[in-house]
Design a protein around this ligand. Structure first.
Ligand SMILES: *Cc1c(COP(=O)(O)O)cnc(C)c1O
Length: 379
């Protein structure tokens, strides 16, 4: 039998071993690691809401009133008014009839894809889609097809072949992110919408890194482009810019009803605790408010200083080899900055990188300090 020690040694040999280190949250953008306060450039808390007084208060009050647990799955006796309010708020923000929340974005992706897809269906993914989407597609009974990142011609060929082989009942589902989590670039959503419409396919867009950041009220890239009525499924997480935790899917009432009857990660899991639902609701309210618009303005101003051509809050600095990326991250750490190395299998082999994220909690002075440090490291 394979020994775990040997597998660990192989990972270490390839510079691919991961280790956990405890961190102590402080007021963003600070994070304390091994007793040292660092300027955090790796968080997905893009608006700094995780330490916002109103969210903390909402979570505390929900705990006081409703307790620490939802005590059962949603379909049994765990469906709190708070969950329903949160789903109405999400549908409202996303411009859809309905929404369904899950414990995490990962659970939303896997639950949705496995429930929607049956044998003989086809699911077509961008090559750089997040692991949760890949896992959902793989665990479903459908045929999985992948197109090179943002490659529209190849996508169209896959759509054509799926239609040719499929019958009247087969589902063809295209899956993409709006902002890609490790590249920080955008999908050509308008063109993808046109292609899926032309070939009669469904489209799921994961807005994990766009909600809170894009769109007039922080709805995401789909709304910024005015595509909300032409995309069947808008997915995302409440654990990034929203400052809480959980995943969601926004769609028509009919699709949502089908999912709550079929998504196993939804059905067979205890409903998210009251504090999580309350903090999510509060985060969404702030995002859609004047205060949210001010935070977005500050974030984009920070980004303009860091990289004027950035189209999202994620700026990858591709180093290449694992060892070099670890050394670059370590040098940053010693200089007081946190931006861990991102390696295979999170990104393709040979593209190890520092993934810099900029937030509204940074000041311009922090951004300048980082730029100066990166220059001394030749990055
Ligand atoms: C983070 C992320 C998820 C998963 O969301 P969690 O709430 O963290 O489980 C899904 N898709 C993308 C693109 C992500 O970046």
């Amino acid at each position: 039998m394979r020994k775990p020690e040997e597998e660990l040694a192989a990972l270490r040999e390839a510079e691919l071993l991961r280790e956990l280190r405890p961190v102590e949250p402080a007021q963003p953008p600070l994070l304390v690691v091994a007793g040292r306060p660092l300027l955090n450039f790796s968080s997905n808390d893009y608006l700094g809401l995780s330490q916002h007084e109103e969210l903390k208060q909402a979570a505390l009050e929900a705990t006081e009133r409703f307790g620490t647990s939802s005590t059962a799955s949603r379909l049994i006796s765990g469906s709190l008014r708070l969950h329903h309010d949160l789903e109405e708020r999400l549908a409202d923000l996303k411009g859809t009839e309905a929404a369904l929340t899950f414990s995490t974005g990962y659970a939303a992706a896997v639950g949705t894809l496995t429930a929607l897809l049956e044998k003989d269906d086809v699911v077509i993914l961008d090559k750089l889609c997040h692991a949760s989407l890949i896992d959902g597609a793989r665990q479903s009974a459908a045929t999985l097809r992948v197109y090179p990142h943002n490659h529209l011609d190849k996508l169209e060929r896959l759509l054509l072949s799926a239609r040719e082989k499929g019958g009247a009942h087969t589902r063809v589902l295209v899956v993409t992110e709006s902002i890609f989590s490790m590249e920080g670039d955008r999908a050509p959503l308008r063109e993808i919408v046109e292609l899926t419409e032309r070939h009669g396919a469904l489209l799921l867009v994961d807005e994990a890194h766009a909600i809170g950041l894009l769109g007039a009220s922080g709805q995401g890239l789909v709304q910024e482009l005015g595509l909300q009525n032409r995309i069947t499924f808008q997915m995302g997480t409440l654990g990034k810019a929203v400052g809480s935790a959980g995943g969601y899917l926004a769609s028509t009432r009919c699709w949502i009803d089908l999912l709550l009857n079929g998504a196993r990660s939804f059905i067979y899991s205890t409903a998210p605790p009251p504090a999580q639902a309350a903090a999510s609701l509060c985060g969404l309210e702030i995002i859609a408010s004047r205060a949210g618009a001010d935070l977005r303005a500050k974030l984009w101003n920070n980004l303009a200083h860091f990289k004027p051509t950035a189209t999202s809050a994620i700026v990858p600095l591709v180093v290449g080899e694992n060892e070099a990326s670890l050394a670059a991250a370590q040098a940053l750490f010693e200089a007081g900055f946190l931006a861990p190395a991102i390696r295979f299998p999170t990104v393709p082999r040979g593209t190890a990188r520092l993934r810099i994220t900029i937030s509204a909690a940074h000041e311009i002075s922090h951004v300048r300090e980082l730029l100066r440090q990166l220059r001394t490291q030749g990055l």
